[in-house]
Design a protein around this ligand. Structure first.
Ligand SMILES: Cc1ncc(C[n+]2csc(CCOP(=O)(O)OP(=O)(O)O)c2C)c(N)n1
Length: 524
């Protein structure tokens, strides 16, 4: 048995390798990025394919295609990425899979690096698939191995749900022997994969019939100590906090898989009169048990009852408080002398020079509406730049500007990164071109996915120009500028001209990310 010290994300990646994957697909997103960073770095060593995709939907579909060809495939994303992949994801539960298909999805309670803290367990339940929730790096490894076996046994994708603390924990793990990869199997399954109503109805029934088996499987992922009085039901990361603070006397039921093992839950609560539910994320378990337990006269306490805050991640302190134990105020470096500071763009960041030019260009325009998007450039929304005014979901800047222009605003501007543009800005630009929208889109081409650590971007430089042209933007209104302080006045003029043009224009602001340049210089 080999032992290694790795991140939770890397343990999951190693689990996938030892389970015999042939391919891995992903779009970066904290806290899931390190899974695929690791697999790409190791792909030659392990003889697998691993790549960054244009977005989470294309990643999911590529993984499903590999599974249809009989191979085991891993697809990874952050929680909000599953919104993008949801169409493919939901329907893959109906079509079923051939080679094992595992979806690793990392939630971010407390929004350390996200726009929301949605809980992916609802998606697993929505699609009616099996979901595993590891509580440490060893379980990230083992559960991923098991998830591939279960996926093939049950004929459906299996989700492995992480939260930030588990994805980014660093621990020693023990590995098992590596399983051989599946053979290519080109048999097409017309009845299962062609989701015309006639097939889909039958497939959906099959999925419904599997549900009791799924629940049976989740009983294999519990640990129970029965007792009387007050007991605790905990899951995933919450198990760690419970074990850390418990005296060892409290009855407990540890849950690591969904759908919930209802028979075991009924057995556990039999002699209890109060149940505290500890979980990281939304009150998923509490919602499902509250009605049933309260109807049988038991008290249920957790996030819904107000015992634990509804938003933010679970902490050792909130767990202690929930269990009625004394809480020490955790050490904080913030004092009246050392105040928290918002994140800043790097020194030499090209986005800053673009924002300085944009701010000057829109100064004369009354009520210009400048919409932003998600990436390093979202920092342009903060002081002292105050250049953009929205960050909703990836790709949204294009349609927010288009919608505002349709509503009547004279100066509508979208600002989007190169990766975000390819991720989900392109369809919106095609619409804007078709409808001859009166707006300007600024694409920030720093030639990388900077926000998540500098992954490869799908299109940059000339490729971006060709894409815009192909989507229907008039060639004479696709301008390329170099956002350097020395070119400030020139750039202000280009922006002024294009935003006053009564039609659609695109400005590509092209200068490489300073971090990428530093890395290249170091390599040389
Ligand atoms: C649906 C979704 N997927 C992934 C992310 C994580 N994420 C935020 S911005 C971003 C890409 C940013 O790259 P780019 O648009 O090129 O801007 P840059 O950071 O390079 O300035 C990613 C992957 C997210 N917030 N939402």
């Amino acid at each position: 048995m080999k032992k290694e010290i790795v991140l939770g994300d890397e343990a999951l990646a190693l689990g996938a390798i030892d389970a015999g994957i042939s391919c891995a697909f992903a779009y970066p997103g904290t806290p899931s990025t390190e899974i695929t960073d690791f697999l790409i770095a190791k792909k030659n060593e392990f003889g697998i394919q691993a790549e960054w995709c244009a977005n989470e939907k294309t990643a999911f579909e590529a993984a499903l295609g590999a599974s249809f060809a009989g191979k085991r495939a891993l697809v990874s994303m952050k929680h909000v990425g599953l919104n993008v992949a949801a169409d493919a994801f939901m329907n893959s539960a109906i079509s079923g899979i051939k080679g094992g298909l595992v979806l690793a999805v990392a939630d971010d309670p407390s929004m350390h690096s996200s726009q929301n803290e949605q809980d992916s367990r609802y998606y697993a339940e929505f699609a009616k698939i099996f979901c595993l929730e590891p509580r440490n790096a060893q379980e990230c490894y083992e559960f991923t191995c098991k998830a591939f076996d279960l996926s093939e046994e049950l004929g459906i994708p299996v989700m492995v749900r992480l939260v930030t603390r588990i994805a980014h924990t660093r621990e020693e793990i023990e590995r098992r022997e590596r399983r051989a990869q599946n053979k290519l199997d080109e048999e097409m399954k017309w009845n299962e994969w062609v989701l015309l109503p006639g097939n889909a109805r039958i497939q959906f029934k099959k999925l419904l019939e599997k549900q009791s088996l799924l629940e049976k499987k989740s009983t294999q992922f519990i640990e129970m100590k029965k007792g009387t009085g007050k007991g605790v039901i905990c899951a995933g990361n919450a198990i760690n906090y419970f074990m850390e603070v418990d005296s060892g006397k409290t009855p407990f039921l540890k849950i690591s898989a969904y759908p919930l093992p209802m028979e075991k839950i009924k057995e556990f609560v039999k002699e209890l009169n109060e149940i505290i539910i500890l979980e990281d994320g939304y009150p998923f378990i509490e919602e499902r048990l509250k009605g049933m337990l309260e109807a049988s006269g038991k008290k249920v306490k957790g996030k819904l009852s107000g015992l634990i805050p509804l938003s933010g991640e679970l902490t050792p302190e909130s767990t202690k408080k929930a269990l009625g134990l004394a809480v020490k105020i955790p050490f904080s470096v913030e004092t009246e002398f050392i105040v928290g500071r918002p994140p800043q763009p790097c020194n030499g960041c090209p986005h800053v020079d673009l924002f300085n030019a944009l701010n000057e260009a829109v100064q004369e325009q009354k009520n210009a509406m400048v919409f932003g998007d998600i990436g390093c450039y979202t920092l342009g929304a903060l002081k002292p730049l105050n250049a953009i005014n929205s960050c909703i979901d990836m790709g949204s800047s294009v349609n927010l500007a288009r919608g505002a222009s349709i509503a009547g605003t004279k100066t509508a501007i979208g600002v989007i990164g190169d990766s975000t543009f390819v991720h989900s800005g392109m369809p919106a630009l095609a619409e804007a071109a078709k409808r001859k929208s009166n707006m300007t889109l600024i694409i920030l081409d720093n030639s990388t996915v900077a926000m998540t650590g500098g992954q490869e971007t799908i299109a940059k430089g000339k490729e971006l120009m060709h894409i815009c042209e192909g989507l229907g933007v008039e060639k004479e209104h696709i301008k390329v500028i170099n956002p350097l302080p020395s070119k400030h006045a020139e750039n202000v003029e280009v922006i002024k001209k294009e935003i006053s043009f009564n039609g659609l224009s695109v400005i590509i602001s092209k200068r490489a990310c300073i971090q990428i340049l530093k890395r290249l210089a170091k390599k040389k």
